[in-house]
Design a protein around this ligand. Structure first.
Ligand SMILES: O=C(O)c1cccc(O)c1O
Ligand SMILES: [Fe+2]
Length: 285
């Protein structure tokens, strides 16, 4: 069993690095932590960075998860290889660029690019954005899945994710006590479906709704409340069509052995209990 500790960062290719950096700072509210060689890193919490935009193909999108040790990383590589997944070992320069000790990259069964990393750096500096979005940290990713049942098996049987709830066949999966860290949504091709940052309160959701709307940024869903995690949310479009979500109040699951995953409808009511309707392809039939 590959034991994932947490999600650590996303890396997104873009042909317009300057535009993406502007958006990440001035709309999303992240802080630039490093700017070098066609790649800009962003902080959203006390970690070294949790997002990187780099000059490249917008389809080149990576999600990284932390493993406990070098031995765990090598065992994970061996497990993936027995499953016929090609495993790439990061070079020293690539490790340095990511501020991690070691990493491997492979593709999940849908073809999503995934990195497993060991010892990602903590900055020791708290995060402060130039725009006060109220962000408390990077929290979860939605990944596209071309076969939900197959991919749920990968994340829960090969890795240690546990299903907290399902919306239709789309699983919301936890790695620790937070309701979900990885969610899978149906889509015909690989990619990051959405990137979630937690914000401090309802006020931040409401303030961002006006802030984002006033700047003609496309709000794709919300404000609303998820019946699954009970988090209040707002989704909007970023560079290269990426969906970003702010949410607040995501529940935690502490009664681990007793928790039974619940079934919600793959309909607007399964995604929002306030009656908002998603304008997001992977959330619609
Ligand atoms: O928070 C949730 O429960 C949730 C549900 C559906 C889709 C999401 O992105 C979510 O974060
Ligand atoms: Fe989400």
């Amino acid at each position: 069993m590959i034991e994932l500790k947490d999600v650590v960062y996303c890396r997104l290719g873009t042909r317009d690095l300057e535009g993406a950096v502007w958006f990440a700072q001035n709309i999303l509210g992240l802080e630039v932590s490093e700017n070098r060689k066609g790649a800009v890193h962003f902080k959203s919490d006390s970690r070294d960075h949790t997002l990187c935009y780099f000059e490249g193909d917008p389809e080149d999108q990576v999600t990284a998860f932390e493993l406990g040790s070098s031995a765990d990383l090598h065992a994970a590589a061996a497990t993936l290889e027995t499953l016929q997944q090609k495993v790439y070992y990061g070079t020293r320069e690539e490790c340095e660029a990511r501020h991690v000790r070691e990493f491997i990259r492979f593709s999940d069964p849908t073809g999503n690019s995934i990195e497993f990393v060991v010892r990602p750096a903590i900055s020791g500096q708290r995060y402060h954005g130039t725009r006060d979005a109220g962000i408390t940290g990077f929290s979860h990713v939605g990944l596209c899945s071309s076969d939900l049942e197959r991919d749920e098996k990968f994340w829960t049987r090969v890795c240690n994710a546990r299903v907290s709830d399902r919306i239709g066949d789309a699983p919301l999966m936890r790695l620790g006590s937070i309701h979900h860290t990885i969610a899978l949504f149906p889509y015909h091709k690989a990619g990051i479906q959405h990137i979630n940052h937690q914000v401090e309160s309802t006020d931040d959701i409401q303030r961002s709704t006006n802030f984002i709307r006033d700047r003609q940024i496309n709000i794709t869903f919300g404000p609303g409340r998820h019946p699954t995690s009970s988090a209040q949310f707002l989704y909007f479009s970023g560079p290269d069509g990426m969906t970003f979500e702010y949410s607040t109040g995501v529940c935690e699951i502490h009664d681990e052995p007793l928790w039974r995953d619940r079934q919600f409808a793959f309909e607007p009511v399964g995604f929002c209990q306030w009656g908002a309707k998603p304008n997001i392809a992977a959330f619609e039939d």
